[in-house]
Ligand binder design. Structure first.
Ligand code: DX5
Ligand code: ZN
Length: 216
């Protein structure tokens, strides 16, 4: 399987963000994961559209923008115009999910949807035609550096079964490291978000080991 790596810059040293981005670029990662938090849907605050716009000037990597915000429809246009390549909204933060996914696609970019650990994959069954990527949170969203929730493996397997034959990426986010990466890939995930694992210590060695752990 072709596994993609999306380092989460939430785990980076914000005082040296540009050089940290250069380090992951040099490892040929497939995308860059940008966590957006509103202090409401999640108990933390991170990144707005202006910051995404600034990062766009720094990097040509595909931007995978994870919106952990309520009422995402209000800000989707600004995140799209800021240079996002894929925008991921939370099912739990969206009342009219189908409409929201269509709104994202209307900007000519990819649409994704995320589920927190407690939300069933059944909530996505009837929007699969509108989805390019499904992000299964493997921790409760809000902070980097948390431990992977083991029950997530069953959920990844079930989602993999539900999306069989469809062109939908399965992304995982939270607690991904050398121990959990092979397990999630074996269960069916093909896009790995890694924040603290990527940026703690030697970035290029970390990415090399992560790729090695999933034999890509
Ligand atoms: C958490 C964020 C993650 C976070 C992952 O709410 O969505 O993207 O950066 O961090 P790690 O990889 O440290 O669990
Ligand atoms: Zn994230």
């Amino acid at each position: 399987m072709n596994v993609k790596i999306s380092p989460s810059i939430l785990g980076a040293d914000f005082g040296n963000l540009e050089s940290q981005i250069r380090e992951v670029e040099a490892c040929n990662v497939e995308m860059l994961h940008i966590d957006v938090m509103d202090g409401n849907f999640v108990p933390n605050i991170a990144f707005g559209p202006d910051q995404v716009k600034m990062l766009r000037k720094v990097s040509d990597l595909p931007f995978d923008v994870h919106l952990m915000i309520n009422n995402p429809d209000l800000l989707i246009p600004r995140f799209a115009e800021a240079g996002s390549d894929i925008i991921v909204v939370h099912q739990e933060a969206t009342v009219h999910l189908h409409r929201t996914l269509k709104l994202i696609q209307s900007f000519g970019i990819k649409a994704g949807v995320s589920l927190t650990p407690a939300t069933s994959i059944e909530t996505l069954r009837y929007v699969l035609d509108e989805v390019d990527m499904i992000l299964l949170m493997t921790v409760n969203p809000g902070y980097g550096g948390q431990s992977f929730i083991p029950k997530s493996l069953d959920k990844i397997r079930d989602l993999s079964e539900m999306t069989k034959g469809l062109d939908i990426d399965i992304q995982v986010d939270g607690g991904i490291n050398l121990e959990t990466a092979p397990k999630v890939v074996e269960a069916g995930a093909n896009v790995l978000v890694a924040g603290s694992f990527t940026f703690k210590g030697d970035v290029s060695e970390n990415i090399r080991m992560l790729r090695e752990s999933v034999k890509i």
